[in-house]
Design a protein. Structure first.
Length: 148
């Protein structure tokens, strides 16, 4: 069972490709944890690959376009690309935090209320740390704080 949770060793940590967590199962059982660990690791790997591709392109393509309009367009494109990579860097930190919560047995539970986060929410946003209700309350509180 520890293998399924930690993702280490043998086939116990393997996730059936057709498996989807179900409300009929015990919440955050070893199979669900292995599923979400794989989902998070795959997402992180995809982001890292995109970042490496961006870095390779930056190193290999000239940034100096002969035409001023082309240069401005190219610089704008790269600015957007680099901002996207910065957001993804922050996302990797959240993915690492979610993986840590899996290791600590806290994954899938709201950090505010301690209640289980719905599987649908975790499927859509596996880095979620709050239930929808707690997130909405948090956002309302932030809006009120900003408006004051």
């Amino acid at each position: 069972m520890a293998n399924a949770i930690s993702g280490q060793g043998g086939s116990a940590g393997a996730v059936d490709i057709d498996y989807r967590p179900s409300e009929a199962e015990e919440f955050m059982n070893a199979r669900q944890l292995a599923y979400f660990r794989k989902k998070l690791l795959d997402w992180k790997e995809s982001i890292l690959k995109e970042s490496q591709d961006t870095l390779n392109t930056l190193q290999n393509e000239p940034l100096r376009e002969p035409d001023l309009t082309d240069r401005a367009s190219s610089e704008t494109d790269w600015s957007i690309e680099l901002r996207t990579r910065d957001r993804q860097r922050k996302l990797i930190s959240k993915i690492d935090s979610a993986l840590r919560r899996i290791d600590e047995g806290e994954y899938g539970y709201c950090e505010v209320t301690g209640e289980p986060i719905s599987l649908g929410r975790l499927e859509a946003r596996p880095i979620a740390t709050m239930t929808v209700e707690a997130q909405e309350a948090h956002e309302r509180h932030e809006k009120i704080s900003r408006d004051e």
